[in-house]
Design a binder for this molecule. Structure first.
Ligand code: UD1
Length: 337
C-alpha cells in the first residue's frame, strides 16, 4: 500500500516525505511544481537513501486526478499539503485560492470516497482560531470568521472533509499548525520562498545573509511583555513527524472519531524580539532591524495548548527555538553558497 503526499516537494511536504520514508512507508508524491522544484526530490533521496514515486499532477485537473488514482490503485493514505498559502495574495485574488485549495480537495475526496477505506491527513492552520480569547489555545477554542480567503480555505477544507467522512469510509485527522520554521538538519531540504518572504524567519535569514537590508518588525505597541507579537514557532521536522504518527494512528484504526483535530505547536509563545535575539545568538551576528507600524490582519498572540497531541496522538515537539533557527540559518547559508 502506498501513501500519497500532495505538495510533497513543498516546505512541510518534503520534510514529511523524509520522515515517512525513514519509517518504511512507500510514498508517492504529487506536486505541480508551482512553488517548488525537482531539486527537492533529489534532496529527499539524499537524506532518506530511497526514492519516492513522483507525479507532476495539477490537482485542479479533475481528469488528471482520476487518472492518477487509476494508475496508483494501492494508495491507502493521503497527506494533503498541496495548496496556495500567501495570505495577501489570497485577498487580492480570492478565486485563485478557492479554485486551487478547494477544487483540488474536492477532486481528491471524490476519488477517496469510492475506496472501501481511506485515511486522510489535512494540513490546516491555527489561523482558524483567529485571535483566540484564551491562551494557550486548545482544540475546543471556537473557530472564528476567517480574516482572509486563504484562512477561509482552511476552515472550509476542514468542513468539507468532515461532511465527507460522515457519508463515506473516510477517516481523517485535521492538523492545525502554528508557525512552522527551520529546515532539515542535513540542510538538504528547507524553505524556498519565492520573491520577498512574508514570514518572519525566512526574512530574518535572508537579511542575515545580506539579501535584504533590514527586517521590519511590525509593531512594538502590542499588549505583550516587549510589545511585539507572540507566536508558537515549531521546527518543521517535529511537525513532519506528527504527520507520520497521525497516519499510523489511522492505519492502526486507533482513532476515536472519524474526524480528529490536533494542534501542532510547541506550547511556548515567543515574541518577535525574542526570535531576533535567539537568531543573533545562534548565528553569532547582529541582525539589522527597525520597528515599523503594525501589519494589517496580524493577531497579538497565538500559541498552542498541546495536551491533546501529547496524550492522544502521543507526539511532542522536541526541538528548541534555538535548534529550529540554527537549522534555518544553516539552510540559508547552504543555498546561497
Ligand atoms: C502568517 C499568516 C497566517 C499563515 C502563516 C503561514 C498573516 C497575517 N498570517 O502567520 O495566516 O497561516 O503565516 O505560515 O500573514 N513579522 C515581522 N516582520 C516580518 C514578518 C513577520 O515583524 O517581516 C512578525 C509578524 O508581525 C508576526 C510574526 O512576525 O508577529 C510572525 O509572522 P509570520 O511569519 O508572517 O506568521 P503569522 O503572521 O503568524
Amino acid at each position: 500500500m502506498k501513501t500519497l503526499v500532495t505538495g510533497g516537494l513543498g516546505f512541510i511536504g518534503s520534510h514529511t516525505v523524509v520522515e515517512l520514508l525513514n519509517e518504511g512507508f512507500e510514498v508517492v508524491i504529487i506536486d505541480n511544481l508551482s512553488n517548488s522544484s525537482m531539486d527537492v526530490l533529489e534532496g529527499i533521496e539524499r537524506i532518506a537513501g530511497k526514492k519516492p514515486w513522483f507525479e507532476n499532477v495539477d490537482l485542479k485537473d479533475k481528469k488528471a486526478v482520476q487518472t492518477f488514482f487509476k494508475k496508483y490503485d494501492d494508495v491507502a493514505g493521503v497527506i494533503h499539503f498541496a495548496a496556495s498559502k500567501a495570505v495577501g495574495e489570497s485577498v487580492e485574488n480570492p478565486l485563485l485560492y478557492y479554485e486551487n485549495n478547494i477544487n483540488s480537495l474536492v477532486y481528491l475526496l471524490q476519488e477517496l470516497q469510492q475506496k472501501p477505506e481511506a485515511s486522510f491527513i489535512f494540513s490546516s492552520s491555527c489561523t482558524v482560531y483567529g485571535q483566540a480569547e484564551i491562551m494557550p489555545i486548545t482544540e475546543n477554542a471556537p473557530v472564528q470568521q476567517a480574516m482572509s480567503p486563504y484562512g477561509n480555505t482552511k476552515q472550509m477544507g476542514e468542513e468539507i472533509i468532515t461532511d465527507t467522512a460522515k457519508v463515506s469510509n473516510l477517516n481523517a485527522v485535521l492538523l492545525r499548525y502554528f508557525n512552522p520554521i527551520g529546515a532539515h538538519p542535513s540542510a538538504e531540504i528547507g524553505e524556498l520562498p519565492i520573491g520577498v518572504p512574508q514570514n518572519l524567519v525566512p526574512f530574518i535569514t535572508q537579511t542575515a545573509i545580506g539579501l535584504r537590508t533590514e527586517l521590519s518588525v511590525y509593531g512594538d505597541d502590542y499588549p505583550t511583555s516587549d510589545g511585539t507579537c507572540i507566536r508558537d514557532y515549531i521546527h518543521v521536522v517535529d511537525l513532519a513527524k506528527a504527520h507520520v504518527v497521525a497516519l499510523q494512528r489511522l492505519f492502526a484504526k486507533k482513532n476515536l472519531d472519524k474526524i480528529e483535530t490536533f494542534n501542532l505547536g510547541t506550547g511556548t509563545g515567543s515574541s518577535v524580539l525574542e526570535v531576533i535575539t535567539t537568531f543573533e545568538k545562534v548565528s553569532n551576528q547582529r541582525l539589522p532591524y527597525k520597528i515599523v507600524g503594525r501589519r494589517e490582519g496580524d493577531i497579538v498572540s497565538a500559541y498552542a495548548n498541546t495536551d491533546k497531541a501529547n496524550t492522544v496522538l502521543g507526539w511532542k515537539a522536541k526541538s528548541t527555538l534555538e535548534e529550529a533557527l540554527s537549522s534555518a540559518w544553516k539552510w540559508e547559508k547552504k543555498i546561497r553558497s
